[in-house]
Design a protein around this ligand. Sequence first.
Ligand code: SAM
Length: 220
Amino acid sequence: MFEDNYKHRGLRNKLVKILQKKGISDPRILAAIGKVPRHLFFDNALLEHAYQDKAFPIGEGQTISQPYTVAFQTEKLAVRPGDRVLEIGTGSGYQACLLLELGATVFTIEYNRKLHESVRAFLPLIGYRPYFFYGDGSKGLPSKAPFDRILVTAGAPVVPAALTDQLSDGGILVIPVGDREKQKMVRIRKKGSQLIKEEFDNFAFVPLLGEEGWEDPGKS
Ligand code: SAM
């Protein structure tokens, strides 16, 4: 039912080469991208889109992020095997699979109930088992904190204090911060009571909704 053949593997290897050319160099991340069957996150009819370096709609007005963006964020996150990683914005579940391939214990939270339910049912069928949560990840996931790494995959207006609070000492938060159209990738390292901030390139994510994010137009 979930076929992954030589043709898919060939397309994946091409994608890996494209990402290498764009500057992704961590061999573990490239190997993970070469392994996770991204085409299984797409309808059959859309196979040709699965291994292009672009974002794609996944329904519910949401997107599976562009592979380069996923790889860039993952590289900045510097995940080590055994790390407890919180992903905010499960979306399609693709990013969570990469984090699992890197040997992390993954907690992933999604705001959209339909997406949450469909991905929670689908990922185990292809062998990936993060811990799934439904809710407003702009407040983090206090019941499972602290985390070694926190990755936000939606654009935030500010860095929510709840997220830096839930980082362990030495922990890293990667989050796109800006306006609704464009955000700067921000990395924050926690060293004792100090937060060290770095800024990288601009990206365009769907908005992080919720209490510490943008107002949800669907909520009165
Ligand atoms: N990581 C995803 C992937 O691999 O496909 C891509 C995520 S998509 C760009 C952003 C996701 O963040 C959407 O599914 C959206 O519903 C979700 N989201 C937005 N606000 C959220 C919040 N406060 N808590 C959790 N998820 C949120």
